[in-house]
Design a protein around this ligand. Structure first.
Ligand code: SF4
Length: 429
């Protein structure tokens, strides 16, 4: 628990109104000045010999890490762990669940399968997603296969304790699974007690980069979710050191629907790394979409730049549409407009990433803001058809918008983006 300066002050002699207050031994003019510095971590609590042990314990506990962030992969580009809350709405989740797919070096189709995974990506709400890592198994040409995996752009999870292989690949910072050699090692167990012991053993050996490889192969989904929830609680709430490392699970299910159900549950509760034995594009898209939703910071709505976007090579005969800069709204409208035959200027207003009605109720979408966007745009001055299609949810602003945006007609469009092409065809063209 972090303490504020005022909370710390209450433990000090001046805060308790007892003898010895403001003695300046700590180098600060008053206990309050000292407390404020302690809260900002500018001075250590042991500079005050009168600080009670209760306060020292609270501050020491606050300094303990809840969950270590481990970086791995080429240039340590993948981060996992670092979580500080049980629920996203308490603050935010930090590092997205890492997805790894198993490939076997002995598999005759190894390169074909790797190519298929390499060629897969999705672009959703302005973010590009792909599989993050490959869990490499098998003992045939491991180094060759590993280098192919790396050159395909994936991070590595290796299942070998061959020191030569590690030395050859250590610059790529692989997770060394079931291995005694390596910089990033795994503590493997199938129960919480065993996991605690395995993790503590690595801590005692001085290892800093530990991944908790929790074996769920003999557990039901319910048991797995319960166990991972306990582990996250032990880390985030109790700061129980052996559990303060990212958790990796391996879903050894072949059925794609069951795999998707398991992985979807474990994204939410509480796997930091998920290894899949099956790669399926539709399943991956489902999981990456869910992951994006769970790992979006609830305090920072996804938003796009506010400006006039040109869609389908617009000219003087183009249609003009307007909506807010909430990313989901923008991409929903954009995909409909892009796939329609109409060339369009899409006016995206500055609305702090709020959706249409939220922006209006928070006064982030007003006739004045809309008018400023139109008046400041040189390109819109070339448009002959002075009509702006606004979202149906803003129908009540039609008259105010027409008054504010001089010389333009306001057309109230549909509530849903998917109705835009038909609406334009039937009402504007
Ligand atoms: Fe207050 Fe302790 Fe500093 Fe003295 S040493 S001024 S009691 S905080």
């Amino acid at each position: 628990m972090e303490l504020s300066g005022l909370q710390i002050f209450k433990y000090l002699p001046a805060g308790k109104k007892i003898q010895g207050a403001n003695c300046k031994e700590c180098g600060c003019p008053t206990c309050m000045a000292f407390a404020l510095k302690v809260a900002k971590k500018q001075i250590a609590i042991d500079k005050c010999s009168k600080a009670p042990s209760e306060l020292v314990e609270i501050l020491e506990s606050a300094l303990k890490i809840q969950q270590h962030e481990i970086q791995f992969g080429v240039n340590k580009s993948l981060k996992t762990g670092g979580e500080t809350v049980m629920f996203r709405h308490q603050k935010t989740f930090v590092n997205k669940t890492v997805f790894a797919v198993t490939l076997d070096c002995c598999d005759k189709e190894f390169f074909e399968k790797l190519k298929k995974i390499k060629n897969y990506s999705i672009d959703r709400i302005g973010e590009l997603f792909k599989v993050d890592a490959i869990n490499l198994i098998g003992d045939n040409d491991v180094e060759k296969c590993a280098k192919e995996v790396i050159s395909a752009g994936f991070s590595l999870i290796l299942n070998t304790d061959d020191e030569k292989v590690f030395n050859d690949l250590k610059n790529f910072n692989p997770i060394m699974r079931n291995s005694k050699v390596g910089d990033i090692l795994t503590a493997k167990a199938s129960s919480l007690d065993e996991l605690s012991l395995a993790s503590q053993k690595l801590i005692d050996e001085g290892k800093k980069n530990i991944i908790l490889d929790f074996d769920i192969s003999n557990k039901s989904l319910k048991e797995s979710v319960e166990a991972l929830t306990y582990i996250r609680r032990l880390a985030v709430l109790d700061k129980n050191e052996p559990f303060t490392y990212p958790v990796m699970v391996h879903i050894k299910e072949k059925n794609v629907y069951k795999t998707a159900a398991w992985a979807a549950s474990l994204i939410c509760r509480y796997a930091n790394i998920i290894i899949l034995d099956e790669f399926d594009e539709a399943m991956m898209t489902t999981l990456l979409t869910l992951r994006q939703n769970i790992y979006t910071d609830p305090q920072k709505p996804l938003q796009v730049e506010s400006k006039v976007y040109e869609v389908n090579e617009p000219d003087e005969n183009a249609i003009v549409m307007m909506t807010t800069n909430f990313a989901l709204t923008y991409f929903a409208v954009l995909s409909e407009v892009e796939s329609s035959p109409f060339s369009t200027y899409l006016v995206i207003t500055p609305s702090d990433g709020m959706s249409v009605l939220t922006a209006w109720s928070a006064e982030k979408f007003t006739p004045e803001i809309a008018a400023k966007m139109i008046k400041n745009s040189e390109i819109l001055k070339t448009v002959k058809n002075k009509k702006i299609i606004i979202p149906g949810l803003l129908a009540h602003l039609k008259e105010d918008l027409e008054e504010a945006i001089d010389g333009w007609d306001i057309i109230v469009g549909p509530n849903e983006a998917y109705k835009l092409p038909d609406f334009v065809k039937n009402n504007v063209m």
